[in-house]
Write a protein that binds this ligand. Structure first.
Ligand SMILES: Cc1cc2nc3c(=O)[nH]c(=O)nc-3n(C[C@H](O)[C@H](O)[C@H](O)COP(=O)(O)OP(=O)(O)OC[C@H]3O[C@@H](n4cnc5c(N)ncnc54)[C@H](O)[C@@H]3O)c2cc1C
Length: 645
């Protein structure tokens, strides 16, 4: 109990099977109820989101015979944020014969997540990973191939094997085209009703079950209520609560947050991934940051000058006056340490005054060795589009001078809590992809988000949702008062946002909120800073509801209105994030509490106190959120100090 939260009952049932881990998924699937093909046609599933998770789920459910209604806020499903994914997707195929296996991927993921993930789910993820590659190849996804024609692999952080499949630096785009084509086939057959440019603004819950959503047509402003037998949220992550992040500008938390307000627990909101290789911020004019894929750390070497304040051009600094600090501190993994470790190490050298570029907030990622060893052509073939992107943004040629990089917000491991069936605490509400709290614990390994999104959408959800839908079709709800109530909530909120007519833009509030979050709930967190942040967020939120200016009306395309609704939800999420970060008085993965570190500055977990998932219940009437704990059991990968040295 605290001033900021209440303690609730522990989570008793995760629906995760027991017994030997290798057969859990098999046995679970066998014991689940099925729906016969004739009955599937009578059942409707709403899928919010058309990224890799939502796109693959919609296509697979429709292929199975369910009626699917799909929603996204972009103008086309294939513009979902997944299209931005660059570096690759993991799978335990062991094509390189370098010692990989399902068990090793499972082990790396549990360890990489700093022992804060559920073993059963992670094992399942590792075991279906190989099927994903087969599925995508069959769809025609053009993965990179070796000279002999076999699929090529490269390495990502936190592993010592090469298991990352890729399509140059555009893996997300190619995978999404595969899922999109599968969806299009079903749209053409009339099994998926596609609603682009429609934003879900509320969840409809009837008799305790998720039964539909309230959506706004973003072009005409029309508000409608949509019904189904089950609802799937695949609405992505919420890194944009920090304003500046590598996420697409549209990424937001609204779909998840609306479900949270209706009773879905929100798990581990404080786990944010800060990616070590992003183009440094160049000024206050910026509205987003750009990722330089982690794959670049396969060949790029990270360094800073050995001496504080060395302002010489990189080419003028001799080898013996450079500090290849990742190779020095972590000789076993070198430049391929996991993201949380690489990010913090970059922050430390910059804090010491050895950072490079404007403001000293940057480190070098240098390809001189790789170009010397492999030749420029080979480097271009692997990373050409990333180099070009870097050059266009910075005006510097990375073939000639090292890239400058700095950590930036990239991914959110937290999200709506789900059980082994990917079902939230609201029956009938399933959550997949980055939107759920997922399998990555406190730190996601590179190339594992695409794997998880597609595992959820192609293989897991289609097998677990049957068990729920077998009890359907559920009764008609169109006249139920809960429907009118949900719709009224949306309409009242829009009216309120438009009527304030204040003197500050939505963006100015969002930027200030992001600044608070980065300062106090970013790469390093302290009790004092987090407590301060909560006060600042509350003050700014009150000001938002007094002074925000949303021009235009609700009956037209109005991007300010869209943003205002999303920022209003970010304010509430931001507070919960800080409360979660404050309550977790340990460091683990992406959550680094300065008070909890080892003598050499590494994250110090407290397994005796914090080996649990923190799942938060929404505080109604402005009260305190309630903390429910899912205790984590480690039967296979026993918690140890995570060392990459
Ligand atoms: C620059 C970048 C590079 C990356 N590279 C990699 C990589 O190489 N490998 C890897 O594994 N991971 C990578 N990631 C992470 C990965 O891309 C994402 O985690 C993943 O694509 C998320 O997929 P998703 O389907 O869960 O959500 P998204 O792709 O974000 O899709 C969300 C969908 O939900 C819809 N939506 C959201 N809210 C609403 C609403 N209220 N109403 C209607 N629709 C809504 C959106 O329209 C969209 O269709 C990268 C991330 C970034 C930012």
């Amino acid at each position: 109990m605290s001033d900021l939260w209440n303690d609730g009952d522990p989570i008793a049932d995760t629906a995760a099977p027991d017994g030997p881990i290798e057969t859990r998924w098999e046995r679970h699937r066998f014991s689940a109820k099925l729906v016969n093909p004739a009955n599937r046609r009578k059942l409707t599933v709403i899928v919010v989101g058309t990224g890799l998770a939502g796109g693959s789920a919609a296509a697979t459910l429709a292929e199975a015979g369910y009626r699917v209604k799909s929603y996204c806020y972009q103008d086309s499903p294939r513009r979902a944020h997944s299209i931005a994914a660059q570096g690759g997707i993991n799978a335990a195929k062991n094509y390189r014969n370098d010692g990989d296996s399902v068990y090793r991927l499972f082990y790396d993921t549990v360890k990489g997540g700093d022992f804060r993930a559920r073993e059963s789910n992670v094992y399942r993820l590792a075991s279906v990973s190989a099927n994903i590659i087969d599925q995508c190849v069959a769809q025609g996804v053009p993965f990179a191939r070796e000279y002999g024609g076999l699929l090529d692999n490269r390495s990502f952080g936190g592993t010592q094997v090469s298991r990352t499949f890729y399509a140059r630096g555009q893996t997300g785009q190619q995978l999404l085209l595969g899922a999109y084509q599968a969806m299009e086939r079903q749209i053409g057959l009339g099994n998926i009703e596609m609603n682009a440019r429609h934003e879900m603004l509320e969840l409809i819950v009837v008799d305790g079950k998720a039964r539909g959503i309230v959506v706004r047509d973003m072009v005409t402003g029309e508000i409608t209520t949509e019904f189904a037998d089950a609802v799937v949220l695949a609405s992505g992550g919420y890194g944009n609560v920090f304003f500046l992040s590598t996420n697409a500008k549209g990424c937001n938390v609204t779909a998840s947050w609306r479900a949270h307000r209706k009773g879905a627990l929100f798990a581990n909101p404080c786990y944010t991934q800060i990616h070590p290789t992003c183009i440094p911020e160049s000024g206050t004019h910026q509205s987003k940051l750009t990722l330089m894929s982690e794959s670049l750390r396969n060949d790029g070497r990270v360094w800073v000058p050995l001496s504080v304040g060395d302002k010489r051009a990189p080419g003028d600094i001799p080898e013996d006056e450079r500090d290849y600090y990742l190779e020095r501190i972590y000789p076993a993994f070198g430049n391929l340490v996991p993201r949380d470790i690489a990010s913090r190490a970059a922050k430390n050298v910059c804090d010491e005054g050895r950072g490079v570029g404007p403001g000293g907030l940057g480190v070098y990622l240098d390809f001189a060795d790789a170009i010397g060893r492999l030749g420029r052509k080979a480097v271009e073939a692997k990373y050409g589009n990333l180099f070009e992107m870097y050059q266009r943004i910075t005006g510097e040629d990375p073939y000639e001078v090292p890239m400058r990089i700095y950590p930036a917000v990239h991914y959110t491991m937290g999200g709506l809590w789900v059980d082994y069936n990917l079902q939230s605490t609201i029956p009938g509400l399933f959550v997949i992809g980055e939107a759920n709290f997922s399998d990555h614990g406190a730190n996601r390994l590179g190339a594992s988000a695409l794997m998880q999104g597609l595992a959820d959408g192609y293989f897991v959800l289609p097998n677990t949702i049957n068990n729920y839908l077998a009890a359907g079709p559920f009764p008609d709800i169109s006249e139920n008062p809960a429907v009118a109530e949900a719709r009224a909530t949306v309409e009242e909120r829009i009216t309120k946002l438009l009527s304030i007519d204040g003197d500050r833009t939505v963006d100015s509030f969002h930027r200030e909120l992001g600044h608070i979050m980065w300062e106090y709930c970013g790469m390093e967190r302290t009790e004092e800073g987090l407590s301060k942040a909560i006060g600042l967020i509350r003050g700014l939120r009150d000001e938002f509801w007094q002074r925000v200016k949303v021009p235009g009306t609700g009956e037209q395309l109005n991007q300010n209105l869209e943003k205002a609704g999303r920022v209003a939800d970010f304010f509430e999420l931001a507070e919960l994030k800080c409360i979660d970060a404050l309550h977790r008085r340990e460091s683990c993965g992406g959550h680094f509490r300065a008070e909890s570190q080892t003598a050499d500055g590494e994250a110090l977990r407290h397994d005796d106190q914090f080996s649990y998932v923190a799942a938060w219940e929404y505080a109604t009437d402005g009260g305190k959120p309630t903390l429910h704990k899912e205790q984590l059991e480690f039967e296979y990968v026993h918690p140890s100090t995570r060392s990459y040295k």
